[in-house]
Design a protein around this ligand. Sequence first.
Ligand SMILES: Cc1ncc(C[n+]2csc(CCOP(=O)(O)OP(=O)(O)O)c2C)c(N)n1
Ligand SMILES: [Mg+2]
Length: 325
Amino acid sequence: MENKYSKKQLMELYETMYKMRRFEEEVFEFYKKGMMPGLAHLYLGEEAIATGVCAALQEDDYIGSTHRGHGHLVARGARIDKMMAEILGKEDGYSRGKGGSMHIMAMDKGILGANGIVGGEIPIATGAAYAAKYRGTDQVAVSFMGDSATNEGTFHESINMAAAWNLPVVYVIENNLYGISVDIRDVTNTLNLADRAIGYGIPGVVVDGMDVFAVHKVTEEAVERARSGHGPTLIECKTYRWQGHHVGDPATYRERKDPNEKTIWMEKCPLRSFRSVLLDSKITEKELVKLEAEVDKEVEAAVQFAIDSPYPDPAEAYKDVYTDM
Ligand SMILES: Cc1ncc(C[n+]2csc(CCOP(=O)(O)OP(=O)(O)O)c2C)c(N)n1
Ligand SMILES: [Mg+2]
């Protein structure tokens, strides 16, 4: 891992990455204890991507997120207590408990929403980029997506338009090899999904999604390109999800091609490798333990906040569901 960051930047990156790890562990606990209505798609193992990407953005930029969105939202600075409350369907949640894990949005952080529709966020983020260009601001939009979303029509239609109109948008594919139980290699005949960029006349970059520095570096370049009016970039981050598709999926379909697949990827744990880079640089074990303890406390407080929050009043079932235009 290449390292040219200040101590402050390194600590911030680690804090973000560690927070999303701890957040997801607690969400998994909620599920196992039967406290969570519905399911959630955990970001465990993929933390370096959202951390590296969002660190390259400025305050007023936008992100479009996915069904596996918790990590994106944490990296963007969303309030984790309100996220937790939403996941438990509570009134203090970001969507007042009506949306759950896949429908958390926070416009004050430029978060255009997690999204239960695979590929649904791609035109939304593209639209935000179009709006920024139309208004003449210097904002950039990032569209996160999974590997399977690249086989949706929205992927083609959005990127084609963004390329033709030079929109300030960065497309980030989180290629974790699977769409539910489907191995991307069985349904797509290109080794690298970023190769599809050629068809749109934009740059396509493949990056190690387990290396936060590498992700940050390619995103910085793509954001600079977008912000300076040179249009979109397609970034493919190679990664792996530790758990099944969602919290209730035992993922028995994995490792058909390679019985060691999960072990090999878990050895590349982005948090562990980043931690050892930090210890090799300007940061001590004591400082990291202190930071981890602070984040643990914040996550525990978020859990308690969610538990203490009331359920929404059934009389409000139709409130905030539609907007009058
Ligand atoms: C339009 C649409 N088709 C199908 C689904 C069902 N579905 C939910 S998640 C998922 C797989 C998504 O895989 P990928 O895009 O690789 O993201 P990952 O879950 O691996 O992060 C599918 C098919 C859906 N939600 N929306
Ligand atoms: Mg996938």
